[in-house]
Design a protein around this ligand. Structure first.
Ligand code: NAG
Ligand code: NAG
Ligand code: NAG
Ligand code: NAG
Ligand code: NAG
Length: 510
């Protein structure tokens, strides 16, 4: 066993700052084989679920772009063609934007995700999704070294602009994903290894929940055992990411050659953006699974409860408040009366030490308090509030803005980078400019090396974690899967610049 796994570790080392493997019951299932899987790795398939912005989108329309020699024709690449983005940005936007309310295409242009492995290999995901995005290439190599046939590696690309419910409604994505697993089993005679990156983990979680409503309850775990041998969760934003709020209020370009205002416009038109909003680990909704059997499907509006911990401690279990909004001097308060009014009524007194600053915890971001508080001042947040309520809180399958308990899969590998300087909180102030440039970031709170500090380097009070995140997702969110630890677990820390043998790397870590 160990010989086969070695190349994986060694090759992945070059890509990960620190690798944590949480391996549960791996040993038992390899030794016993289990029904339908006899340990013949050529029977396995590999299924890759890519992350946010990591699937190629192509135009399915003819769009003349005035003042530009470049038009869009069917099958032209839209995401990501930086030449067209630079030379015909308004035209390109028509092919990218969705209606923020009903998630339909622009009347003049529509784009659809590409299919097959090329949908994820032909864009450089590193451009947009951070340090772990090319890890799947190493994973493919490892699968092949492990004995998985090269043509048994499949991608499950999707339109990453859509919310989960729209993925199913418009593209039957989850239906097709189920067929992908079933086809792989029929073809190869064995289960699959699932590799999900960033938002792909949220997609996979939704799939597992959706499946509960598709399959008879007694057969659910059997289906999982038959079709999924292991799940590799790579860089999963399990409790969301603070950066999502930055994207929603001021725009996050990730190095793209466009203005922040333009990316904000795009981001807030996509139903998927809210999927990664930070939320509290202490708040949950009713069990939809049981609701389904007792009350029928599609009831929506699940009750949201928080346990005592949410109210006993600050910051919803995060290092600090996610958002602080600074209201300018007295003159400014007169100019924005709705904010001060909300501040007095609806922001709890513990956070109102200073009358000129409103602070919002992860819970207050994900339950809509933040957007309601700034709604009258920034009308765009009405769209966000609509998406949050309609597409997430009222989703008939799952409210994705709730903590994920360990899924009943045999083997789970949770892999993430740590100890990089990661943004955990923001200070915003009104800029005086019109939408989409109406907020400026006045300060950022970073987590690094067990401390919190501001942009200028001053230490900030709060609850820093023992480590920090991977640059895009904070540590508390990435490491949530540690709550899934069972008794048989190996956690491996692997420094990025070392290439050591597996035995050298192993050490127990509680
Ligand atoms: C979606 O909204 C747009 C703009 O409000 C509207 O023109 C379009 O008809 C709507 N489409 C559907 C399917 O509701
Ligand atoms: C919560 O924050 C308030 C204001 O910052 C502070 O006074 C209080 O001590 C904090 N409570 C806890 C339990 O950390
Ligand atoms: C954990 O690592 C040790 C040492 O390499 C190995 O003997 C053991 O089998 C591993 N446990 C699991 C569950 O993989
Ligand atoms: C690996 O990186 C660490 C920190 O960046 C550094 O201290 C160490 O010397 C490096 N080791 C090698 C072998 O390059
Ligand atoms: C302005 C505003 O949003 N006010 C809300 C404050 O909270 C109460 C309930 O707690 C709502 O009824 C108000 O609409």
């Amino acid at each position: 066993m160990r010989e086969v796994r070695k190349p994986f570790l060694v090759s992945i080392l070059f890509n990960l700052i620190v690798t944590c493997f949480l391996v549960e019951t791996l040993h038992t299932s390899f030794v016993n084989g289990g029904e339908g899987f006899s340990g013949d790795y050529s029977k396995l398939s590999g299924i890759i679920i890519p992350g946010y912005a990591s699937t190629q989108l192509r135009a399915w329309s003819i769009l003349d772009c005035p003042y530009s020699p470049l038009d869009f024709n069917p099958l032209d690449s839209v995401w990501l063609d930086t030449t067209k983005l630079l030379s015909a940005v308004n035209c390109w936007l028509k092919c990218m934007l969705l209606d923020p309310y009903n998630q339909t295409d622009h009347p003049e242009c529509k784009s659809r995700p590409d299919s097959g492995l090329s949908a994820i290999t032909e864009i450089d995901p590193g451009y947009i999704t951070g340090p772990l995005s090319s890890v799947w290439k190493e994973w493919v190599k490892w699968c092949i070294q492990f004995g998985v046939e090269a043509n048994a590696i499949l991608a499950a690309p999707y339109d990453w602009r859509l919310s989960a419910s729209m993925l199913e409604e418009r593209d039957l994505y989850f239906h097709k994903l189920k067929l992908t697993f079933e086809t792989a089993l029929r073809l190869r005679g064995g289960p699959s290894l699932v590799f999900a990156h960033s938002l792909g983990n949220n997609v996979f979680r939704y799939f597992l929940e959706w499946l509960k409503l598709e399959i008879a309850p007694k057969k659910y775990v059997q289906w999982l055992d038959d079709h999924i041998h292991a799940y590799f969760a790579v860089g999963a934003p399990l409790l969301g990411s603070s950066q999502t709020v930055k994207g929603a209020l001021s725009g996050e370009t990730f190095g793209l050659p466009v203005s922040e205002g333009t990316v904000r416009l795009l981001f807030n038109s996509f139903g998927s953006s809210v999927w990664m909003m930070p939320f509290s680990k202490y708040c949950r909704t009713d069990n939809v699974y049981w609701k389904h059997f007792f009350e029928g499907r599609g009831t929506g509006n699940h009750k949201y409860h928080c346990d005592d911990m949410e109210y006993r401690f600050n910051y919803s279990g995060w290092p600090t408040n996610i958002v602080n909004i600074e209201i300018p001097s007295t003159r400014g308060i007169d100019a924005y009366p709705s904010i001060t009014e909300v501040a007095q009524q609806n922001v709890s007194s513990r956070e109102c030490g200073l009358p000129t600053q409103l602070s919002f915890s992860a819970r207050e971001v994900s339950d809509g308090t933040l957007f309601r508080a700034i709604k009258e001042y920034d009308p765009d947040t009405e769209k966000l509030l609509y998406q949050l309520e309609k597409l997430y809180h009222d989703d008939a399958v799952l409210n994705p803005l709730t903590p994920w308990d360990r899924p009943p899969l045999k083997n789970i590998f949770c892999i993430y980078g740590i100890d990089s300087k990661t943004e955990v909180g923001y200070y915003f102030a009104p800029s005086g400019k019109p939408y989409p440039d109406n907020w400026i970031i006045t300060d950022i709170v970073y987590e690094n090396e067990g401390a919190l500090f501001s942009r200028s380097g001053n230490l900030v009070n709060g609850n820093p974690g023992a480590s920090s995140g991977d640059e895009t997702v904070p540590y508390n969110s990435l490491s949530w899967c540690k709550t899934w630890l069972g008794s048989k677990v190996n956690i491996t820390r692997a420094p990025q610049n070392f290439s050591l043998s597996m035995t050298d790397l192993m050490y127990k870590w509680t």
